[in-house]
Design a protein around this ligand. Structure first.
Ligand code: C2E
Ligand code: CA
Ligand code: CA
Ligand code: CA
Length: 277
């Protein structure tokens, strides 16, 4: 009876564990993914429009499920931001960049990597310690590191100004991401010591479409130039878009017309062949 009792207990515990796994909340699943380090990074080449050469990459996180499927960041980053899990995820992204791109970046000093930061990463200045420590150890020079923050991430303007100023003192560049999708004004932009502005894909999509939005991109470009900011256009999918951007004095872009985000090994090949040409 005793033996049967303990057997039954084991079966019940096993069943409960199985059921609770199945019913795990999205947050519970994300927490397990963090613990198991299930995040991988893909790299999208950043191209100098005038030469067509690759000058670096944006690091874009994906959640790789145990079955190998990749989950897009917009499906889990919001939850990660709300719950505070974004911090360990950011750390895992930075670790991957160091490990995967260290040798390439020690060899090609002109390359840079752009890293996405959430409001929570940026507000406290925590990013600076993390980046300095984790990428410095792999031989990255600080001027090879670009920090990207969205308008939302820079909402607390005093904190943002402090973090950006400190970042630039250390030699990092700071870009405002998805510019134009929030509420920021020229005045807001002017008050931050930024290096670069990234034009959101929605504006690039409107190029040559004769819609209300197509006038906006010219305006954003003028604004960035008047503040001496570098400009990176994202989501470039056609030759016409690339030509428009080049004609309007935009320096850099990224998009499927040139290359999609790819695993580190492919990006390393891409850079080596791009630089040999
Ligand atoms: P984002 O920073 O605006 O990144 C650009 C997004 O546009 C990426 O989507 C990229 O794959 C996509 N993209 C680039 N070129 C093209 C194109 O020509 N056509 C189309 N249709 N799409 C293009 P992805 O990788 O799905 O990332 C989505 C967002 O998730 C990012 O938007 C960023 O806000 C966030 N994210 C990605 N990685 C990280 C990360 O490590 N940390 C944080 N906090 N956020 C991240
Ligand atoms: Ca970005
Ligand atoms: Ca962006
Ligand atoms: Ca975007």
């Amino acid at each position: 009876f005793l033996a049967f009792g303990s057997f039954a207990t084991i079966v019940i515990i096993a069943l409960v564990i199985r059921m609770s796994r199945k019913r795990l909340s999205p947050l519970g699943e994300l927490a397990i993914a963090v613990r198991k380090r299930e995040f991988v990074v893909h790299y999208q080449p950043i191209i100098e429009l005038s030469s067509g050469l690759c000058v670096g990459a944006e690091a874009l996180v994906r959640w790789q499920r145990p079955d190998g499927t990749l989950v897009r960041p917009d499906l889990f980053i919001p939850l990660a931001e709300q719950s505070g899990l974004i911090r360990p995820i950011t750390d895992q992204v930075i670790d991957a960049i160091g490990r995967e791109l260290g040798p390439l970046f020690r060899k090609h000093r002109s390359l840079h990597v752009a890293i996405n930061f959430a409001a929570d990463d940026f507000k406290t200045g925590r990013v600076l310690e993390t980046v300095g420590h984790r990428l410095g150890n792999h031989g990255f020079a600080n001027d090879q590191i670009w920090l990207e923050a969205t308008e939302r991430g820079l909402m607390d303007i005093d904190e943002a100004r402090k973090t950006i100023a400190e970042a630039r003192t250390r030699g990092y560049s700071v870009a405002i991401d998805d510019f134009g999708t929030g509420y920021s004004s020229l005045q807001y932009l002017q008050s931050l010591p930024l290096d670069a502005l990234k034009i959101d894909k929605s504006f690039v999509d409107a190029i040559n479409r004769q819609t209300a939005t197509s006038a906006v991109i010219a305006h954003i470009i003028e604004m960035a130039k008047s503040l001496s900011l570098s400009i990176i256009a994202e989501g470039v999918e056609t030759r016409e878009q690339a030509e428009y951007l080049l004609d309007h004095g935009v320096e850099f872009c990224q998009g499927w017309f040139y290359a999609k985000p790819m695993p580190a090994a492919d990006f390393i090949d891409y850079v080596e062949t791009s630089l040999q040409r």
